[in-house]
Design a protein around this ligand. Sequence first.
Ligand code: NAP
Length: 260
Amino acid sequence: MSTTTLAPMPVTSPLPSALEGRTVLIVGGSSGIGLAAGALLTSVGARVALLARDPARLAAAVDRLRTTPGASVTGVAGDGTAEDVLEQALDQAAPVDHVLVTAGALSTGALLDTPRDQVREAVEGRIWGAYATARAAARRLPAGGSITFSSGHYLTRPIPGASAAIASIGAIEGLTRALAVELAPRRLRVNAIRFGVVDTPLARGALGLADDTAVAAAGQGTPLGRFATAEEAASAALFLMANNIMTGTVVTVDGGQALA
Ligand SMILES: NC(=O)c1ccc[n+]([C@@H]2O[C@H](COP(=O)([O-])OP(=O)(O)OC[C@H]3O[C@@H](n4cnc5c(N)ncnc54)[C@H](OP(=O)(O)O)[C@@H]3O)[C@@H](O)[C@H]2O)c1
């Protein structure tokens, strides 16, 4: 392994406000936590590039973020698991300082009812998408730059019928630690966020929650009595981007769900 130090690690303010003028690529930025991260980032003056597949939803997300006065927001429609798409997105938005990956579907199914082919796309997309993101970003990010991946609380509190998805988020946390070591000589940082249930379209769909009333009722069983908002979840990403000493870490944002 190369241990060549290519650049010094910059010392900058660790406050999210220090992200003003920085550029962030959000892989999976047209919905949920990624979109909320985009909104928080534009509010502190960061430039934001959103990558997602559905062009109409992406265009709506870009329009929404552009309502913030002075916001600099672009969108790239494409599959964020493909390395060439990621390279193109990074080059279009260059110079990119930080990458947040929130793309990822929940692949469920009981072991004996779920052949591998049924979950292959979701599992491979999550793992190799993260790997491809890191390959594309590692060649382009500056010293102090960061990559942040998404994990989930089912890794430590598994539920039945989600073994493939849980294995894939385990892989993400392993990749996070391995890449933090491998990319540290480049002064690049790699972290992950382990989300509890966050009120997003993905969670509403997966849990069968039809409206706000159903979300509120389901959240009552958690220690704090409600699920996280997408903004609360996304704020951890800004913390990890802004703080140049954070690497190899999995930050949990779950309202205490790991405890109960
Ligand atoms: N919400 C929760 O309760 C929760 C809990 C634990 C972990 N997580 C994880 O946190 C992450 C974000 O979740 P979320 O709830 O914000 O999900 P979401 O609302 O469904 O948003 C996912 C975003 O990713 C994009 N996306 C999905 N696959 C993509 C691909 N291959 N290439 C590019 N973009 C892609 C989607 O747009 P397109 O479909 O148009 O591409 C969308 O913009 C996910 O990885 C999820 O597994 C969420």
